[in-house]
Design a binder for this molecule. Sequence first.
Ligand code: UDP
Ligand code: MG
Length: 343
Amino acid sequence: MRFGSFGPKPEISVVVPCFNEDAVLPETTRRLIVSLEVIGRPFEIIYVDDGSRDNTARLLTELHGSDPRIRVVRLSRNFGHQVAISAGLEYARGAAVVLIDADLQDPPEVICEMVDLWKQGCDVVYGTRQNREGETAFKTLTAKLFYRFINRLSDVAIPLDSGDFRLLDRKVVDALLSMPECDRFMRGMVSWVGFRQESVAYDRAPRHAGDSKYTLWRMARFAVDGILSFSIAPLRLATAIGVASSALALLGAVTAAGFGLINGQWMAPWGWVVLVVLLLGGAQLLCLGILGEYLGRTYSENKRRPLYFVRETLGFDEPLTPRAESLLAELEPKVRASLHPAD
Ligand code: UDP
Ligand code: MG
């Protein structure tokens, strides 16, 4: 069995992806344990070491040695934040799983509030950042623009200003694990699966220590991944430009011909050449757009996502266990006899 199990099965799993985070890990662990002790349910903390090159690996081994509720999944190399989270989800055993960054930008104390909402029946509780202390104006602005842009382009509504800090119910975790796509834009995927989702607002703190692992280049790639995984709008760009260009050419031709016929003033030959080029260019772009539509469908099919998830069913009860069946068979004649004594 993959999961060695010591002690009671955890009710709450906390998944923490770490890439070169030795500067923050002791403090992160301390605050996580305090918050989780306050909640008072059995828990586990799963650190996913995403190919760290500093002292993270050694530190995690020590932490596990000091408290068996701390478990470690070490990836073979750096696969990136989103893959590290997915790995953590796969190893988590809790009925609720909390995703949180290692750098204490998301305060572990908020987990108490998340668990409260979960107990009230929410399946996803995501944190929304009220303000972002200690982050550059550039990062705040690009993040704001990004979330608004992606929501315009894609069909799933990704909550504005939310990161990966969230609590997921077991059914949502199982739903996410059943989505086999390789480009894993987790916050989009969580929105896509549906279920009952609520938010809690919190103030985002500055990084406790160490530097951001998201360089400008990584952030750009992350944004492109998000847009491409959740929208085929860029493929439709060709169709839009093609239609506009052909329409312009036709309008130009009709105007020029009308002008020539009525006034006898014909457009210079190069003008007609421009119109023909515009028309042909438009036709080509339209054909590219058609290819794009097929490509988009192939792309969606290729992700092999489940078609839907069921939140609840009514009237499809589980079949009775054999023991319950035999009890029922024994009881039924007696009940009948008492109801119809004359029979
Ligand atoms: N992280 C990771 N793998 C990576 C990059 C980041 O596991 O390749 C982790 C990192 O250790 C942190 C979280 O992802 O726990 C978020 O990263 P970071 O705080 O650097 O991003 P930012 O908050 O600056 O966007
Ligand atoms: Mg951070």
